[in-house]
Design a protein around this ligand. Structure first.
Ligand code: ATP
Ligand code: MG
Ligand code: MG
Ligand code: MG
Length: 471
């Protein structure tokens, strides 16, 4: 099944059940309680859940396909990208919503009907989780749907969904797909060893509470339904592939990454990670810029900058010397432009931003290379390269450790990895203590920074990128 067909099937199923079709909102959320990016389908509807505004639909229920970015805040999947079979940093969330209208007794049977009848999926391959306290959901699954009780598991925190540190939240019931014994042990989704085997496809949240800034919970004025199903995950299930990169909207981006890098998926583990990361990050950066984010050293712009830099680094690791992000954005416009016209109409602007950011960062990468060369010139034959130098190259110049190691080892200089790791750990500890206050520092760094740092032989001044470990 194609992404287009699934979007349509989902929408039509709920439209036939009196849901108003609402187009995707932007990736920059508006509500004051919202996190950095729109991370789920419910976000545009927060004012209705909170009772701040009356929903303008009669009956008050909606269906949507919402673009989501999970690259910061409570739901941050950035570090898993390329390695996790089920996580993207940009993805589409299918959802149906009730604002004080229907509740569990409709939401659960409809989800079941859509999966098993509209999509024709085998119910015997599914598992269900519910919140430990939710006897009502249990009864509806067993007596209403006829789902076998032995494949229902009760979980605590995992079945209590929250938008962010503050905001609407509530107990949930999730549907999982069993991809089979070759991908992990038995035991259902409650077995943490089996997360590649039992993959979550749909979360039904019963939004009845609000997480206050002081951590306490209060009741929402109405009992609501907020569901979220990952479009790419369901396409993966339909293709019987536990890698959601099987979804056509993602696999076509992998094709683009292959043609731009000359590498093929399956060549080597590390280049596979790079190809998947390029396919994913291409969509994230294109959509973020099209929605008005620009690379900077603050907040959203900083996350975007990290995403772009990371894509460039991975392309560099594959030996790609020519600009890659703007051409990738062109492919995003082609693959996603029918469903999301903004990536097509905004393409010129997106590519302009990417060209500037990438050429600036490529200069930084080249500067790092110059420094590495001059360090090596001073070394005796076979002498190790200092781990402090490798760390500074990583931290100040965004220079991947692997690149440093590869070049140095080529010349007979092993890198002192232990010192590099010590510096990383030291920086992590420092930034934990100091918060993120230095994250506005010049991302590119400068030669003088480098020199003073090396003179001190200590940690660098940069403490703001502690989570950027996947260089
Ligand atoms: P997981 O436990 O697999 O990380 P989640 O519990 O964080 O998923 P929810 O917040 O419940 O996910 O989001 C609802 C649905 O959105 C999930 O059931 C899944 O289908 C999809 N989804 C969540 N995160 C991602 C992601 N990073 N990439 C693709 N789809 C996702
Ligand atoms: Mg998650
Ligand atoms: Mg989950
Ligand atoms: Mg979930």
């Amino acid at each position: 099944m194609h992404a287009d067909d699934l979007r349509r099937t989902f929408n039509d199923f709920f439209a036939a059940r009196l849901h108003a079709s609402v187009p995707s909102a932007g990736l920059i959320p508006h509500h004051p309680s919202a996190p950095m990016f729109t991370n789920s389908g419910m976000m545009p509807f927060v004012p209705y859940f909170l009772g701040e505004e009356a929903p303008p639909w009669d009956p008050p229920r909606t269906v949507s396909v919402q673009k989501c970015v999970r690259a910061g805040g409570k739901h941050n999947d950035l570090d898993a990208i390329g390695r996790s079979p089920r996580h993207l940093s940009f993805f589409e969330m299918l959802g149906n919503f009730s604002f004080g209208d229907y509740y569990k007794a409709d939401a659960i049977p409809w989800a079941w009907e859509l999966l098993t009848e509209a999509l024709g999926l085998d119910g015997d391959r599914m598992w269900v989780t519910i919140h430990t306290s939710d006897d009502e959901a249990h009864e509806i699954w067993v007596d209403g749907v006829g789902f076998p009780a032995e494949r229902i598991q009760r979980l605590g925190d995992d079945n209590f969904w929250e938008m962010g540190e503050v905001g609407p939240c509530g107990p949930s019931s999730e549907v999982f797909w069993d991809f089979g014994a070759r991908l992990g042990p038995d035991g259902g989704p409650a077995n943490p060893e089996a997360e590649d085997r039992f993959v979550e496809i749909w979360n039904l949240v019963f939004q009845d509470s609000y997480r206050e800034p002081d951590g306490s919970l209060t009741d929402l004025p109405t009992k609501n339904v907020d569901t979220g199903a990952g479009l790419e995950r369901i396409l993966g299930v339909l293709a019987d592939d536990h890698w959601l990169y099987a979804a056509d909207s993602v696999s076509r981006m992998v094709d683009a990454a292959q043609s731009l890098t000359g590498r093929r998926l399956g060549d080597a583990d590390e280049s596979d990670v790079a190809l998947r990361l390029l396919a994913d990050h291409a969509r994230t950066m294109t959509f973020l810029i099209a929605d008005g984010v620009v690379p900077s050293n603050e907040e959203r712009g900083y996350v975007l900058r990290r995403i772009i830099r990371r894509a460039v680094r991975f392309a560099y690791l594959l030996g790609v010397e020519t600009p890659i992000t703007a051409p990738l954005a062109g492919h995003v416009a082609e693959v996603m432009g029918d469903a999301y016209p903004e990536v097509r109409t905004g393409l010129d602007q997106v590519q302009g931003v990417l060209e500037r950011e990438e050429s600036q960062f490529r200069r930084t990468l080249r500067n790092g290379l110059g420094i590495l060369e001059s360090e090596m010139a001073d070394l005796a034959d076979d002498a190790p390269l200092s781990g402090h130098v490798a760390f500074t190259l990583h931290d100040t110049y965004g220079f991947p450790y692997e690149v440093t190691a590869e070049i140095a080892e080529d010349r007979g200089h092993p890198v002192d990895r232990a010192t590099f790791d010590d510096d990383m750990a030291h920086q992590k500890a420092q930034s934990k203590a100091g918060g993120r206050k230095n994250k506005g520092a010049d991302v590119d760094g400068s030669l003088s920074t480098y020199q003073s740092v090396v003179a001190e032989n200590g940690p660098t001044e940069f403490t703001g990128r502690e989570e950027d470990t996947t260089t």
